[in-house]
Design a protein around this ligand. Sequence first.
Ligand code: NPG
Length: 368
Amino acid sequence: MKIDSIELRRIRLPLVSPFRTSFGTQTEREVLLLRVRTPEAEGWGECVAMSELGYSAEYTDGVEDVLERFFLPDLRAVDGLTAHGVAPLLAHHKGHRMAKAALEMAVLDAELRIRGVSFAQSFGALATHVPSGVSVGIMDSIPALLDAVDGYLQEGYARIKLKVEPGWDVEPVRAVRERFGDDVLLQVDANTAYTLGDAAQLAKLDDFDLLLIEQPLDEEDILGHADLAKKIKTPVCLDESIVSAHSAAAAIRLGACEIVNIKPGRVGGYLEALRIHEVCRAHGVPVWCGGMLETGLGRAANVALAALPGFTLPGDVSGSDRFYTTDITAPFVLRDGGLDVPTGPGLGVEPLPEALDEMTVSARELVL
Ligand code: NPG
């Protein structure tokens, strides 16, 4: 496929309410979108990097720089490009997986639109509807948390994930269990906020029949997670630590996780995400699709991924209105506790020109 140019477009979306995690509070989401233009079709990529450091070492300004300074010359040096060719072409650049993932997504979208194949079809995903979990931030008080959870349960969300950190862990979990009962699928996410020394505190969560605890320790602390897994009953799930199929295989072999969160942006793209899914399936390790406050574009691709058979737990694939009043695509609306898998070519959704323009902060075209 010949690529004529790539548009880098920054958009800014206010959040419906502040979203607090153990690494900070967000009130808006700045997103870098890539539009790959080819003679036959356009393809959209969404970069999951944030404008600030916190979750990851990658950040939006850095991604733009890497794309323009390092990836563009490589793209210019090849004649045609396929989505499967993106990772090998860029492999000599270490890291920068979020930047690579965004580019690969845009190329894949263009390619599939030309072929008339949806993301889900190309992944081999058969499910047409996927269950939605919702991620609930750290709140100022337990009553505020219970109100929020109540609202999400009334909307029909299939699973609740509570963000936790030292000082906000056992009590919020206890309060949610007491108020809403044992049938609610409940899990927690620490975003690396603990150390192995906190094992006794984390073991107090054993009483609450949680689906999992996500990334309690530092992202590099694979052995620590393996040790922790022996000290607590709640299954350990890794997010930040899993950056490739390689690292997933190692973490599983070392006993560092029983469950894996797959975020395509974190692992370098949807094609690597598929490989992680296969590794986990071969080991009988359940996976679920993580979320990074995607717009409708990234959400569409995530929903397609979550339709694969190894995704046996509800993902962080909420309705658009969980985070945004207005999405840049037609909104994803929760139905029967989940979302429909898009069926159109490529992502099956595209930005609505008016919404896109309204939210655009800057746009520039890199000509190949
Ligand atoms: O539903 O899109 C969503 C958000 C899910 O909590 C969520 N994401 O650590 O998994 C996470 C967290 C996150 C959000 C991480 C933004 C990084 C950035």
